[in-house]
Design a protein around this ligand. Structure first.
Ligand code: SAH
Ligand code: SF4
Length: 438
């Protein structure tokens, strides 16, 4: 979602004459878009700001040039004034729900940048209504935010506080943005939301729509080849969405459905509001709808009160499901969340040991899944050049990166490949010659 937000900030700054640049030393404005989900992510912001201070000083001293430094995103939202206190060289602090005001904030900076501007409201207006309709260039695979915020309040998580209450964009706005992406060459859209499957809207004729219905509607756009959505919550996997997996070919057979822990006791303490069995039932239903679906999840180890037995249950669950990939994290204490004040915090070394064994298991599953893909043929979307000359890079339906030789004219197009060799994190392939099958 931060990638999507960064692109939208870029869109909103373009009318002011700004263009994206990879040349940090000569940039006129530097925007850091930040993440607050774990402590490590927010610590990174302050070390990065230390580096930017030097860039700003150098521009001032050597070229008499004023560089504007902006901190956006959830660290901005959560730490607001603290940022300008600890890093007074920051000019603007803007939250995830107010970045549509960035052009106004830039205009309000005095020419010598003696003022500091902080805008971390949860405003009454909806940012999407104030962002430019015209989208800048996106790649063959693009993101589209359809839902934001969260009302679920898992006890470890800052999202409800930093992104605010759950909000769904309208069907019309989503369809318009999808069409705009497609008209500029996008072939794959990933629908985004903190709880993307909590999305709901009103379709033509006043009918209530859930995510499943929206996916059916998007699939009718002829030049759109692939649809994905992330991140889903098990509680919001309704029948229509599961049915979309059975009936919509453009919906990729790969789903990120986080469970966090394989222990009912821990799930309850996390306020996830479902059991392990309920989660496994959802996966069964998904697999009945689409037999080739592959699963991915997030896991947290070392949540307060997690015992060896709870952790063993998580490993059991992973064994049972068999994931194609997954993200896993040590529990990170987030100030202001209910779990932060729980006694029975798990010692750091125990968390590290558990993370290591969890990741060994997940890595082995990912490698096994990739190995199973050897000799298989996939339709892929070619996204960019590979590292080697003459090489292309594409994503399989399962989000694996595949590399193969082919002409650059294929970038942005669908092609068929055959997997020749699997590694842990990528696949080698060749373009499949149709004549071979005849
Ligand atoms: N809405 C999604 C997840 C959004 S946050 C869901 O409910 O599944 C992305 C991931 O960050 C979470 O799935 C979780 O695994 C991880 N995460 C969130 N807060 C965390 C914390 N305090 N410590 C460690 N990991 C955390
Ligand atoms: Fe955070 Fe996801 Fe829970 Fe919402 S549902 S509080 S975003 S982990």
């Amino acid at each position: 979602m931060n990638v999507y937000d960064s692109d939208r900030m870029k869109d909103s700054l373009e009318p002011l004459g700004y263009q994206e640049s990879s040349d940090l030393q000569n940039a006129d404005m530097i925007v850091i878009n930040t993440c607050h989900i774990r402590e490590k992510a927010s610590e990174k912001v302050f070390s990065e700001l230390g580096r930017l201070r030097k860039v700003k000083q150098r521009a001032q001293q050597e070229q008499n040039r004023q560089v504007k430094i902006v901190v956006a995103g959830c660290v901005a939202q959560a730490e607001g004034e603290e940022i300008t206190k600890r890093a007074p060289w920051v000019d603007i602090v803007v939250g995830p729900q107010t970045y549509h005001r960035l052009p106004d904030l830039v205009a309000k900076l005095d020419p010598f940048q003696r003022n500091r501007l902080i805008d971390i409201d949860f405003p009454p207006e909806i940012k999407f209504d104030f962002l430019p309709e015209k989208l800048g260039k996106r790649g063959p695979a693009a993101f589209l935010s359809i839902q934001e915020g969260c009302d679920k309040f898992c006890s470890f998580c800052v999202v409800p506080y930093t992104r605010g209450a759950e909000f769904s964009r309208s069907v019309q706005k989503i369809m318009d943005e999808a069409k705009s992406l497609i008209s500029s060459g996008t072939k794959e859209i990933t629908l985004l939301g903190q709880n993307v499957n909590a999305w709901h809207g009103v379709g033509p004729g006043g009918k209530d729509w859930g995510l499943g219905r929206l996916i059916f509607a998007l699939a009718e756009l002829p030049e759109l080849e692939r649809i994905r959505y992330t991140t889903s919550h098990p509680l919001d996997m309704d029948d229509e969405l599961i049915n979309a997996h059975a009936e919509v070919n453009k919906l990729m057979p790969y789903l990120h459905l986080p469970i966090q822990s394989g222990s009912d006791k821990i799930l309850h303490a996390m306020n996830r509001r479902h059991t392990v069995l309920e989660y496994l039932n959802i996966i069964d239903r998904l697999r009945s709808a689409r037999s080739d679906i592959a699963m991915s999840s997030d896991f947290i180890v070392g949540f307060p009160g997690e015992t060896d037995k709870d952790f063993a249950n998580t490993l059991n669950l992973i064994d049972k499901v068999g994931y194609a990939s997954a993200y896993s994290f040590k529990y990170s204490v987030r100030p202001g969340t209910p779990a932060a004040s729980k006694s029975l915090q798990v010692p750091e070394d125990v968390k590290s040991d558990r993370l290591l064994s969890l990741q060994q298991l997940l890595d082995a599953q990912q490698f096994a899944f990739n190995k199973k893909c050897e000799t298989k043929k996939f339709d892929v979307l070619v996204e960019q050049k590979g590292e080697r000359k003459g090489q292309l890079s594409a994503r399989t339906p399962y989000m694996q990166s595949a590399y193969f030789d082919g002409p650059e004219s294929l970038i942005g197009k669908m092609t068929q490949i055959k997997i020749s060799f699997a590694r842990k994190n990528s696949l080698s392939a060749e373009i499949f010659n149709q004549k071979e099958v005849i």
